[in-house]
Ligand binder design. Structure first.
Ligand code: AP5
Length: 212
C-alpha cells in the first residue's frame, strides 16, 4: 500500500503511522523526522531547515521534494510505504503525482483546541523518533522508549507559540491538499480525537485491513 497520512500537527499521524507500519510491514517516511535528523547532524540541509523548523514554518518545497524523491528510491519502499508529513503543499502533491501513484490519503480530523494539550505533553524517542504522551500514551519505563530503549525528549517546536504557528500554516498551506486528493477520490477520513487505540481500529476498518 502507498499511503499518505494527512492532518494537523499533533493529529496523531506519527502514532497511527507507527501502528500501521508494524501491521502492514511497510516503512514510514516522516519528512519531519528526516529534517530533524539533518538538523541534529548539522548537515547543510539541516542548517537551512532549522531556521524554518524553529519558526513553525514550512521548509521550501525544493529541499523537501529532493529529500523525499531520494528516500522513495530506497529498496525498502518497493513493498509500499506510509508518508507522514508529506506532501504539505499542493505543489508537493503535484510533484509526487508525477512520480508515482498513491493508493489512499488517510485524513485525521482533530480540533485545534485538542492539539496544544497533546503536543505540550508529547515526548519523542531521541533515537528512533517513536512518539509518546505523558498522559495519553506513556512509555512502560519513565523517560525510555519501549521500542529501542532510547531517551525520550521534548521536541524543540512543541512550545505553545510555535504550535499555534504550525496550526496556522497547516490551515493555510496544507489543508487545501485534502480537496486536491478528494477530486481523485482517494481521501478516507478518521476521527483522530478518539483514544489512540480507537482511532487505530477505525483506521484499519476504513482502510480495509483485517485486525489480527
Ligand atoms: P512534522 O514532524 O511532520 O510535525 P507535524 O506535522 O507538526 O506533526 P507532529 O509530528 O507534531 O504530530 P503528529 O500528527 O505526527 O502527532 P503524533 O502522532 O506525534 O513536521 C515538523 C516541521 O518540519 C514542520 O513544521 C515543517 O517545518 C517541517 N516539515 C516537515 N515536513 C515538511 C514538508 N513536507 N514540507 C515542508 N516542511 C516540512 O501525536 C502527537 C501527540 O499526541 C503524541 O504525544 C501522541 O502520543 C499523542 N496522541 C496521538 N494520538 C492521540 C490520540 N488519539 N489521543 C490522545 N493522544 C494522542
Amino acid at each position: 500500500m502507498k499511503l499518505i497520512i494527512l492532518g494537523p500537527p499533533g493529529a496523531g499521524k506519527g502514532t497511527q503511522a507507527s501502528i500501521l507500519s508494524e501491521k502492514l510491514g511497510i516503512v514510514t517516511i516522516s519528512t519531519g523526522a528526516m529534517l530533524r535528523a539533518a538538523v541534529k547532524e548539522n548537515t547543510p540541509l539541516g542548517k537551512e531547515a532549522k531556521v524554518y523548523l524553529d519558526k513553525g514554518q514550512l521548509v521550501p518545497d525544493e529541499l523537501v521534494v529532493s529529500l523525499v524523491k531520494e528516500r522513495l528510491n530506497g529498496s525498502d519502499c518497493e513493498k509500499g510505504f506510509i508518508l507522514d508529513g508529506f506532501p504539505r503543499t499542493v505543489n508537493q502533491a503535484q510533484v509526487l503525482d508525477k512520480n508515482l501513484e498513491i493508493d489512499k490519503v488517510l485524513t485525521l480530523d482533530v480540533d485545534d483546541e485538542v492539539i496544544v494539550e497533546r503536543l505540550s505533553g508529547r515526548r519523542e524517542c531521541k533515537k528512533c523518533a517513536q512518539p509518546y504522551h505523558i498522559l495519553f500514551n506513556p512509555p512502560a519505563t519513565d523517560g525510555k522508549c519501549d521500542k529501542c530503549g532510547g531517551d525520550l525528549i521534548c521536541r524543540a517546536d512543541d512550545n505553545e507559540v510555535t504550535i499555534r504557528k504550525r496550526l496556522e500554516v497547516y490551515h493555510e498551506q496544507t489543508e487545501p491538499i485534502k480537496a486536491y486528493y478528494m477530486q481523485q477520490g482517494k481521501v478516507v477520513i478518521a476521527h483522530g480525537k478518539e483514544k489512540i487505540e480507537d482511532t487505530a481500529k477505525e483506521v484499519l476498518k476504513i482502510l480495509g485491513i483485517e485486525e489480527r
